[in-house]
Design a binder for this molecule. Structure first.
Ligand SMILES: *[C@@H]1O[C@H](CO)[C@@H](O)[C@H](O)[C@H]1NC(C)=O
Ligand SMILES: *[C@@H]1O[C@H](CO)[C@@H](O)[C@H](O)[C@H]1NC(C)=O
Ligand SMILES: *[C@@H]1O[C@H](CO)[C@@H](O)[C@H](O)[C@H]1NC(C)=O
Ligand SMILES: *[C@@H]1O[C@H](CO)[C@@H](O)[C@H](O)[C@H]1NC(C)=O
Length: 486
């Protein structure tokens, strides 16, 4: 030691330099941006990606023509002689949904499964001589097609309110994995105050099913959107203050519809709507027109929400042919619009990018198939005037829909955005979230370039996908054929 020309010592120094140098090199690899809380859970992210869920309202109301049963219906009226849950699951698969939710018990208290706590169920019905189990057939049919099963259990029971928690245990113990449980906030004005039940129920649900999402007006995993039209707010935050929510509280519908940019909980909204006027099947009703279903899609999925579309089986126990047809048209239309992305023909630039040219956060990330974990991130030094621009390599492109998605795994951020086509503003909006769709009010444009400006955001905006699409079904009033924007 102490010998300045000791070759071993120099060798050691060299190694130390090398380590220091390579450590330094690693320190230059740009890291992903920090998340902005609150964040979605694993199950909430899975749910969000489903986009459309099928709701199945079925029970004694199917046979009486009512929407809210009294609880005094005789189980003998429930006799769906041709019931085939495989036909429901086929319809769901055709509609491209990967989760179906069945009303195991509606407000009338009639159980679609042989609950051991009541006779007010399929046990008392002539269907299969009282040996049937609709929930079991539903679960089996879904599973056979790789579709997840969810169940609706009304907390309000007009027949006998005593068995709620026991029946909840039966449903969550007997039928395998249940991905969503739906607690309806609806109840009659004379019904007892049920608020105190809910926290106990929610804890029990999580104990029995680890990956389940619990839906109610107030979450804890998925919230109601505040109406039964299937429309989310034009501003639609997945975040909200859960502690300000309560179940069945009419004064909260606006807050539920828009969410809260300062919200302390991740609690995204589900947009429930029926393909027909009623939730249950009625002989005289018909499915909504394709144009209406597409409007619902743009105002739910296109506003950062999941669409829960109800398709009620008829009294034979089958989904009517007209509804099956409409579902299939609906899926074909969505695929026709979104299966190809005209932005693929564009080169792409942005105001800045995190970690520079080869940092891995460049604007090209918005054109790949990963809509969650690869994204464009501007440089940390940039604090405002964020933009990303698509430019056609040759010729022009014709489109009337713009799709923008945020990397919500790191939090919802964008508060205000604007879209310019060849320099002219064609659309603007507030939130983006998992998916924001703009159908252009001016109709089809024929353009060289599209610039999206992020005008306001909670921290650095992270854009995971951008699409330019042509929707042949979109005919806004006042559209001029082959419109130019300038
Ligand atoms: C229902 O009960 C909860 C707590 O048990 C209470 O906070 C709430 O105010 C009650 N609601 C009504 C409408 O009485
Ligand atoms: C309904 O919500 C409002 C706003 O949060 C709250 O002030 C009120 O107490 C709630 N009512 C009930 C019955 O929980
Ligand atoms: C939600 O909670 C946050 C944090 O406590 C608060 O800043 C915000 O004002 C609340 N929102 C509403 C609408 O009360
Ligand atoms: C229910 O739908 C099926 C399939 O379209 C049809 O065959 C059957 O007649 C319908 N039942 C009733 C009562 O309308």
């Amino acid at each position: 030691m102490g010998e300045p020309h000791n070759p071993l010592c120099i060798f050691t120094l060299l190694i130390l330099f090398q380590i220091a140098f390579s450590w330094n090199e690693q320190a230059n690899v740009p890291t992903p941006p920090l998340p902005i809380l609150p964040l979605p859970s694993y199950s909430q992210l899975k749910w969000q990606q489903k986009e459309i869920i099928m709701f199945i309202h079925f029970g004694v109301n199917t046979f009486t023509g009512s929407e809210w049963g009294t609880g005094h219906e005789s189980p003998s009226i429930f006799n769906p002689t041709g019931l085939d849950a495989n036909q429901w699951a086929d319809a769901a698969a055709q509609a491209g949904t990967s989760l179906m939710i069945l009303t195991a018990k509606h407000h009338d208290g009639f159980c679609l499964w042989p609950s051991k706590y009541t006779d007010h169920s399929v046990i008392g019905s002539p269907w299969k001589n009282g040996h049937g189990d609709v929930v079991q057939e539903f679960v089996n049919a879904a599973k056979a097609r790789g579709i997840d099963a969810g169940l609706y259990l009304s907390p309000w029971d007009r027949h006998d309110p005593r068995y709620g928690h026991a029946q909840l245990q039966e449903l969550l113990n007997r039928y395998g994995d249940v991905r969503e449980i739906w607690f309806d906030g609806a109840k009659g004005s004379n019904a007892p105050n049920m608020t105190y039940y809910f926290d106990d129920w929610f804890s029990m649900v999580k104990e029995l099913q680890r990956t389940i999402n619990i839906f109610s007006d107030a979450g804890p995993d998925v919230r109601w959107v505040g109406n039964e039209k299937g429309f989310a707010g034009t501003t639609s935050w997945s975040t909200i203050n859960r502690t300000s929510l309560s179940i069945g509280n009419a004064s909260l519908v606006h807050y539920l519809n828009t969410g809260d940019p300062k919200g302390t909980h991740w609690l995204p909204a589900e947009c429930d709507v029926s393909i027909r006027t009623g939730w249950f099947w009625h002989k005289t009703q018909a499915p909504k027109k394709l144009r209406k279903l597409l409007e619902i899609y743009y105002k739910s999925v296109g506003r950062n929400c999941v669409l829960l579309l109800n398709v009620p089986p008829n009294s034979t126990g089958l989904i009517s042919e007209s509804d099956v047809q409409r579902l299939s048209e609906f899926r074909k239309a969505i695929n026709a619009v979104f299966s190809s992305n005209l932005a693929g023909k564009c080169s792409i630039e942005a105001s800045s990018q995190r970690g520079g040219e080869n940092g891995g956060f460049g604007p090209k990330n918005v054109l790949d198939d990963n809509h969650l974990w690869t994204y464009w991130a501007p440089s940390e030094d940039q604090k405002e005037n964020y933009w990303i621009e698509l430019r056609v390599r040759s010729g022009k492109i014709k489109f009337n829909v713009i799709r923008i998605q945020e990397a919500i795994g790191l939090g919802q951020r964008v508060e205000k955005h604007e879209i310019y086509v060849d320099g002219t503003k064609v659309a603007d909006g507030t939130t983006i979230g998992y998916k924001r769709l703009h159908r252009l009010e001016m109709g089809v444009v024929d353009a060289f370039s599209v610039r999206i400006k992020i005008v306001k955001a909670k921290g650095t905006p992270l854009i995971s996908s951008i699409g330019l699409h042509y929707d042949p079904f979109w005919k806004p009033k006042g559209e001029v054929a082959s419109q130019r924007v300038h």
